[in-house]
Design a protein around this ligand. Structure first.
Ligand code: FEO
Length: 414
């Protein structure tokens, strides 16, 4: 991708999408880290929409608080804010609801339409009374010639999420789903370079732990005639909106890495600056190699972030080899352990081992991290001072065997 020109986009005011339907969102082209978490080399957008029916006016989502005044000015260009009837909150995360408190002051007749969960979340964000209507799945609000239908889509990626579908001409407002952090020279996918890579990175950062929820939400809208998908970040998808749906279906498949031979898989992720934890990893792998189990052992520096996430999702057990450096788990391994909450794990069986020089705190820390994520650790961590001696390697073999046996035991019980 080489389109980094945001000049035209930064000039963007309201944008007409279809008769009576306008984009009134905000552009943030120079954002480089989203939510203090994810890199956004192409910036992002906070998409908001204003829909004018024959009888009623609705706003779909707002914008980040810092863009509130600009957002209000865009709304005022189209309508008198006192005439706004509904403000639909598809998801209450502050990048979309940050301007809600302010806009409500200018829209005194507006009712906030949301899922019940979002209404609860908003109470703790606004701290003032507001008119609220919580919708049931597939409930319809008629704006007069324009009908909004709501599909609850919980945990995509918050428990409060829903989609809003404008039945005619078939525009699906999906909040975070199908989005991308991309602020380029156009607002539609057919006006910018291919953003598939940005969509996939966004999916990995945000949606991946909720793959099953993504599939459930897609099942609800699969049969609808969708002309445009309007996510709340990045370009609106009109070239082939169902391609984005198909991509999400592909990325959300749960068993993409399951061994074709039906064997259970123990994955050992380790680092080993002096080869000692690596020797222990070999012994753990030997112990875990029992009938019915296959073992994948890899140094985390040899794999990309995506490959490590894939391995985590394929694993029936995860064992971590961690040397202690400066009384701590080394940062690259902390990063790996942090990724456990960014994937859709199918296991909660784990183990820890590692070499150390003189203190050896890392294994204990990693055990606590795994316990915090409700992992079952069938054997205590094996630690070895400097180079593991034969007795330590036997302990490592026993650790691997205990983990593998627990995998088979749980498989049998399932
Ligand atoms: Fe873009 Fe979950 O907010």
């Amino acid at each position: 991708m080489n389109d980094t020109s945001n000049q035209n986009a930064s000039m963007l005011d309201v944008l007409n999408i279809k008769p009576g339907i306008h984009w009134v969102g905000a552009l943030h082209p120079d954002l480089r880290v989203f939510d203090d978490l994810f890199p956004t080399q192409y910036g992002t957008t906070y998409n908001s929409f204003l829909i004018q029916g024959q009888d009623k006016i609705a706003i779909i989502d707002t914008v980040k608080e810092r863009f509130g005044e600009m957002f209000l000015a865009k709304v005022k260009k189209l309508v008198d804010p006192t005439k706004v009837d509904y403000i639909v909150v598809n998801h209450s995360e502050p990048d979309h609801s940050g301007a809600l408190a302010m806009i409500l002051q200018h829209c005194p007749n507006a009712t906030v339409v949301s899922s019940p969960t979002a209404a609860n979340f908003l109470k703790n964000q606004l701290h003032v009374p507001f008119k609220s209507h919580t919708v049931k799945d597939r409930e319809v609000i008629d704006l007069g010639g324009k009908r909004l239908r709501f599909f609850l889509a919980p945990f995509l990626h918050w428990p409060d999420t829903m989609f809003t579908f404008l039945e005619e001409p078939g525009i699906l407002f999906t909040c975070d789903a199908f989005g991308a952090h991309y602020c380029g020279s156009g607002m539609f996918d057919d006006e910018v370079p291919d953003i598939t890579a940005e969509m996939e990175f966004y999916f990995d950062c945000l949606v991946r732990p909720f793959k099953d929820k993504a599939l459930s939400a897609i099942a609800k809208i699969r049969g609808e005639k969708i002309e445009i998908i309007c996510p709340s970040h990045g370009p609106m998808l009109r070239a082939d909106p169902m391609r984005a749906v198909a991509l999400y279906e592909r990325w959300s498949q749960p068993d993409s890495g399951r061994a074709a031979d039906g064997l259970s898989k123990v994955v050992i992720l380790y680092m080993s600056p002096h080869g000692n934890t690596g020797r222990m990893a070999e012994a753990v792998a030997e112990g875990a190699s029992i009938p019915g189990v296959t073992v994948t052992r890899c140094h985390i520096e040899d794999r990309s972030e995506k490959e490590i996430r894939d391995l985590m999702e394929e694993a029936d057990a995860l064992v971590f080899g961690i040397p202690t450096v400066n009384r701590d788990v080394p940062k690259t391994m902390w990063d790996t352990l942090a990724r456990l909450s960014s994937v859709k794990l199918r296991t909660s069986i784990g183990g820890v081992f590692g070499s150390y020089g003189w203190s050896g705190e890392a294994c204990k820390m990693a055990e606590e991290r795994l316990k915090g994520l409700r992992f079952k650790l069938p054997a205590a961590a094996v630690r070895a001072s400097f180079r593991p001696d034969p007795a330590a390697l036997v302990e490592c073999q026993a650790l691997g065997k205990a983990v593998a046996e627990e995998v088979l035991k749980q498989k049998q019980a399932a």
